[in-house]
Ligand binder design. Structure first.
Ligand code: SAH
Ligand code: SF4
Length: 362
């Protein structure tokens, strides 16, 4: 069987190389070729011995998911659609800003959690992404951006905010996180890698113990009654338990606060009274708020809150000394905005693979 080296973190590569009788520094060289130079051809890894390269070629490969398409929005946001087999596709979005470049990475094909405002949730869960499919998103983006960004590293931040619930694909996600943080791979600072979760309480605790990165929690409502509707997994992990897990996480977090995300839905969760309740429930959790104007998708049951409502809501949080930002909607023209990612995949997949093959994403 051929081993895909993109499925291994640094430790795994070191073990693999040791098994082949190679010194640890060879594993690190190999890792840099794969992840920093984006090299998939062992023959071009010229500082490895010919014998080692031949042995690698006989049993291993560097196989990222195949690239289906790349699109660039007028604001510079780029989106890559990657083929993950069986007519499934996942999306990765790069958002360039003046002082940083953020890559939004997917962790699953679809999502089982069925949040009512989320296009990915509407599709249902298809399967978890493998390590190589998660890391492959960075691999492709790094390679594509390397062609245009000659000087500094293009990707400075990664957010696990694409398709899927990362804490429900725990092992593969943390192995991919290892590579994001590894100086011989993507070398990102722990503070600049953010995992976003809908609030999987045991997963938050495991992440704290295994690989604490910056955490964003999708809150969306200050009461269990409303959150039960918007984020159905709240019935399993209600707000009091979630807030307790957030407090525990902060003991190990790379920043002394976490971020609460709050999608702004017109007339549903945008009343200033709810903002006051939010202040109450987050009192013991050092945090920032990120308000996300709802991104519509076909047949969505909600509308985006008007700008005045978002401002009123923000003002209540700020008056209580909570740092609050309103997310700028990026990548709209290419359906690359939050929560829009899955919506168009089926149709694109259908277009790319021909009629009748879109069932895989349902
Ligand atoms: N499953 C994880 C991460 C992926 S979703 C989570 O739920 O946190 C990433 C973010 O996009 C979440 O905060 C989610 O609530 C938000 N989101 C989902 N659908 C959206 C939509 N239609 N408009 C705006 N934000 C949305
Ligand atoms: Fe899944 Fe996150 Fe979408 Fe909820 S918001 S359905 S958890 S991807």
């Amino acid at each position: 069987m051929v081993t895909n080296l993109l499925d291994f973190n640094g430790e795994g590569l070191a073990e693999l190389c040791a098994g082949m009788g190679e010194k640890p520094f060879r594993a690190r060289q190999l890792e840099r070729w794969i992840h920093q130079s984006g090299e998939a051809d062992f023959d071009r890894m010229t500082d490895l011995s010919k014998a080692f390269r031949d042995r690698l070629a006989a049993c291993a490969e560097v196989k990222p998911p195949a690239l289906i398409s790349e699109s660039v929005a007028p604001d510079g946001t780029r989106k890559w659609l990657l083929d993950v087999g069986s007519c499934n596709a996942v999306e990765t979005v790069f958002i360039p800003e003046v002082d940083r470049g953020t890559l939004c990475v997917s962790s699953q094909v679809g999502c089982a959690l069925a949040c009512t405002f989320c296009s990915t949730g509407k599709q249902g869960w298809n399967r978890d992404l493998s390590v190589s499919e998660i890391v492959g998103q960075l691999w492709w983006a790094n390679k594509a951006l390397g062609a245009t960004h000659k000087t500094a590293r293009a990707i400075t931040n990664v957010v696990l905010m694409g398709m899927g619930e990362p804490l429900l694909n725990f092992e593969n996600v943390v192995t991919a996180l290892d590579l994001m943080l590894d100086d011989h791979a993507y070398g990102l600072s722990r503070r600049r890698v953010t995992l976003s979760t809908s609030g999987i309480v045991p997963g938050i605790d495991r992440l704290r113990d295994r690989c604490p990165v910056s955490l964003a929690v999708s809150l969306h409502a200050p009461t269990d009654a409303l959150r039960d509707v918007l984020v159905p997994v709240n019935r399993k992990y209600p707000l009091a338990e979630l807030m307790a897990a957030c407090r525990r996480y902060l003991d190990a977090a790379p920043r002394p606060f976490l971020t609460f995300e709050y999608v702004m839905l017109d007339g549903v969760n945008d009343d200033p009274a709810l903002a006051r309740e939010l202040v109450g429930i987050t009192r013991d959790v050092p945090c920032k708020f990120n308000l996300i104007p709802f991104n519509p998708f076909p047949n969505a049951p909600y509308r985006r809150s008007p700008p005045e409502a978002i401002k009123r809501f923000r003002d209540v949080l700020m008056a209580a000394d909570l740092v609050t930002t309103v997310r700028k909607t990026r990548g709209d023209g290419i359906d690359g905005a939050c929560g829009q990612l899955a919506g168009q995949v089926q149709t694109r997949t259908r277009r790319v693979f021909g009629k009748g093959s879109s069932a895989a994403l349902q």
